[in-house]
Design a protein around this ligand. Structure first.
Ligand code: SF4
Ligand code: SF4
Length: 353
């Protein structure tokens, strides 16, 4: 596809920033997770569900190829400045995808049958890495099915739930079997110096989370907004009022798609751009125009502060300060969700409960 195939781009002048072609898709196999990390911006936990079907998985991948092709236009600033060969990238995530290992393999078998290419990244928190033989077999299977890289989550948030020995075992065996270039540990620092939660009180835990968030900032939506944002330095709401989300939408180079087919821009979890069960992804991209949706239009032009008036009319009581615009956005959206307002855009329930 070309940039001008998009509805919003069509009406822009040559010099205006365009809505980018999506070049990666993070596919959430499930919202279920063995963990319930405090910074999880999808609110995943053992109580959550959902499992991506073969149709959603394959359709999403095919559509991404149709959008990005094998050669995607790279835009630097407002005008087209370079064209480069870029493979569209698929990333399997969750929830915890290894909870449904067999199902994930079935999806990958189908993608292989259809010659869709390699999965760039499969992400895991390593909870399953007890047995060396089983680890080797699983990695061998994923390698055969086209996994390019394995990403292992490793930080204080995950370490509250996953024993570091499991992470170490998986990282060592994966480096051995796949090679160091194909194994990402996020973050190495916490593999070298893991946190022992055993004797920590609540206050000490919070200090650790604050310092981890300073080292590696996370998007403050969903559980991160509820649990982590209140621990961070807050900015007066007046300061946030000038921040719109135009760049966040236009420059998002990719999307996330949840197990039910809901499409989110970049990491803006819980703001539904469309659903691929109803509309193919390439049509969602083509038809994207902020003006099609009042919530997205307001966020695009005025940021979350633009939603305040409407929220307050419905009873929302804002705080005086927030950790950032995504924290404010998440609080207002949570309020709308609780009131069952704008369900087409603010959902699904997994992101808000
Ligand atoms: S392991 Fe990942 S998906 Fe699971 S709760 Fe933690 S951040 Fe969320
Ligand atoms: S404020 Fe909301 S729409 Fe804007 S970037 Fe943050 S989560 Fe996305």
């Amino acid at each position: 596809m070309k940039l001008k195939d998009n509805l919003y781009n069509k009406q822009l002048k040559r010099s205006e920033p365009k809505f980018k072609l999506w070049r990666y898709a993070g596919l959430l196999l499930t919202y279920k997770c063995n963990c319930a990390c405090q910074f999880c911006y999808y609110n995943c936990s053992p109580e959550k569900g959902g499992l991506m079907t073969k149709d959603i998985f394959i359709n999403a991948w095919q559509s991404l190829k149709a959008i990005a092709g094998e050669t995607a236009a790279l835009v630097s600033g407002p005008v087209l400045s370079a064209v480069e060969r870029v493979e569209p990238k698929i990333h399997i995530t969750g929830g915890e995808p290894f909870l449904y290992f067999e199902h994930m393999c079935t999806l990958l078998e189908e993608a292989k049958k259809q010659n869709l290419g390699k999965v760039d990244i499969i992400e895991t928190n390593a909870f399953w890495a007890e047995n060396e033989k089983e680890i080797k077999e699983k990695l061998k299977t994923l390698d055969r099915l086209g996994m390019h890289r394995l990403k292992i989550s490793c930080d204080p948030f995950h370490q509250e739930f996953v024993d570091i020995d499991l992470v170490r075992r998986l990282a060592d065996i994966a480096i051995d079997s796949l090679g160091p270039q194909r194994v990402l540990v996020r973050w190495q620092k916490y593999l070298a110096q893991p946190v022992n939660f055993e004797n920590l009180n609540e206050k000490q835990k919070q200090q650790l989370f604050i310092s981890a968030t300073k080292d590696y900032p996370c998007r403050l939506t969903a559980r991160a907004a509820e649990k982590i944002a209140p621990l961070l330095d807050a900015k007066p709401i007046e300061q946030i009022k000038s921040q719109n989300c135009k760049t966040s939408f236009l420059d998002a180079k990719g999307i996330h798609i949840d197990p039910y087919g809901n499409v989110f821009s970049g990491t803006c979890s819980g703001i539904i751009l469309g659903n691929i069960n109803r509309t193919p992804l390439e049509i969602i991209w083509q038809n994207f125009h902020p003006e099609n949706d009042c919530i997205i239009n307001t966020l695009f032009n005025f940021g979350p502060a633009g939603l305040l008036e409407l929220a307050e009319k419905n009873g929302f009581k804002p705080l005086k300060a927030y950790a950032g615009k995504c924290h404010l956005c998440s609080s207002i959206r949570q309020f709308f969700f609780n009131k069952k307002l704008f369900p087409q855009t603010i959902g699904p329930a997994e992101c808000y409960t």
